[in-house]
Design a protein around this ligand. Structure first.
Ligand code: NAP
Ligand code: GLV
Length: 306
């Protein structure tokens, strides 16, 4: 079995070592232009030339959950596209979002400013019933996040394409229930995949439908959010602030308004990192299942976009 590795911005050596240890009989190497045809590929942001040359691949294993970048390429038509399925990301995402929600709800940013100013001052306790949270996307990550938030006894709404039943989560389904979902939510958490249906979905209209004093947490993709609309909604007072982990251009360009906005907290696309050991174990398990003709989870539906 031949496996090719083509991951931009990723140190190849430890991945190759891990894959070789887990699959001792396999021929595994880093892709170079002109390399021989492989059976399987482990990829992140590969160039189009890779796809054109590796036209006989049986499967492409993306070392991330989001496949929006991969689906922009012309892919070998018979190759399965397989996304990472949690592999240690869901708990990280739950930590990140719970932290952002609680930091905002409990006004820890205000206490940090007080401390820096040498000020000892209490803030009035707020009611969690006044902070209903809407989680957009109830897939592998969104469901884990919603379940974690339920533990803190916030009212939780969830929005997805197909109906869901998650204990403690009020489920909204499809485009027809989107406005009702927004109107029932004050804190908006985005865990949608980036598709033609979801690009620019967080815009002036959707933000205006959130409850007053809204808060936005974007941990999915930068192109879900219309940056200027968020800035305008904050300036108007309707949105209180935002925590953003993902941006239209990454790294976020110097001088972008998000860098210095007092109501916006940014992090460098780090809310749920790919964990190498867990990812290798998952990919190796799936290669084994495919070679035994068994079904695997995480196959992407290119037509749907995720
Ligand atoms: P997933 O398992 O594919 O789940 C996607 C969810 O979105 C599903 O519940 C799906 O509904 C829903 N959805 C898709 N299109 C929709 C639409 N048009 N209307 C309503 N709901 C829609 O994805 P995931 O693993 O949870 O990951 C979500 C995203 O997080 C990834 O695509 C990636 O962009 C991002 N991500 C970010 C980081 C980071 O570090 N910032 C890390 C990992 C992932 P159905 O359930 O009905 O299909
Ligand atoms: C990271 O953003 C991922 O999609 O895994």
């Amino acid at each position: 079995m031949k496996i090719t590795f083509c991951c931009t911005d990723t140190k190849a050596e430890p991945w190759l070592q891990g894959l070789c240890t887990a699959l001792p009989g396999a021929d595994i190497s880093v892709w170079q232009p002109g390399a021989p045809q492989a059976d399987y590929a482990v990829v992140w942001a590969p160039p189009q030339q890779f796809m054109d040359e590796q036209a006989g691949l049986k499967a492409l294993f993306n070392i991330g959950a989001g496949v929006d970048g991969l689906l922009k390429l012309r892919l070998p038509p018979q190759a399965l596209v397989v996304r990472l399925d949690d592999a240690g990301m869901a708990v990280q995402m739950a930590e990140y979002v719970c932290h952002a929600v609680i930091r905002h709800f409990r006004e820890f940013d205000g206490y940090e400013a007080d401390m820096a100013a040498g000020r000892w001052g209490y803030r009035k306790p707020r009611l969690r019933s006044d902070f209903p949270i809407g989680v957009m996307g109830l897939g592998v990550l969104g469901e884990r996040v919603a379940r974690a938030l339920v533990q803190f006894e916030f009212p939780i709404n969830g929005w997805s394409r197909s109906p869901k039943a998650i204990e403690g989560v009020r489920a909204f389904t499809g485009a027809e229930q989107f406005n009702a979902f927004l109107g029932a939510s004050r804190v908006l958490v985005n865990l949608l995949p980036l598709t033609s249906d979801t690009t620019n979905l967080i815009n002036k209209d959707t933000l205006a439908r959130l409850q007053p004093g809204a808060y936005v947490i974007n941990v999915a993709r930068g192109a879900h959010l219309v940056d200027e609309d968020l800035l305008a909604a904050i300036a108007s007072g309707h949105v209180a602030g935002a925590t953003l982990d993902v941006f239209r251009t990454e790294p976020l360009p110097a001088g972008h308004a998000f860098w210095s906005h007092p109501r916006i907290t940014i992090t460098p696309h780090t809310s749920a990192r790919t964990l190498r050991e867990e990812s290798i174990a998952q990919i190796v398990g799936k290669i084994g299942a495919l070679s035994r003709c068994e079904p695997i989870a995480g196959i992407v539906d290119a037509g749907r976009g995720y």
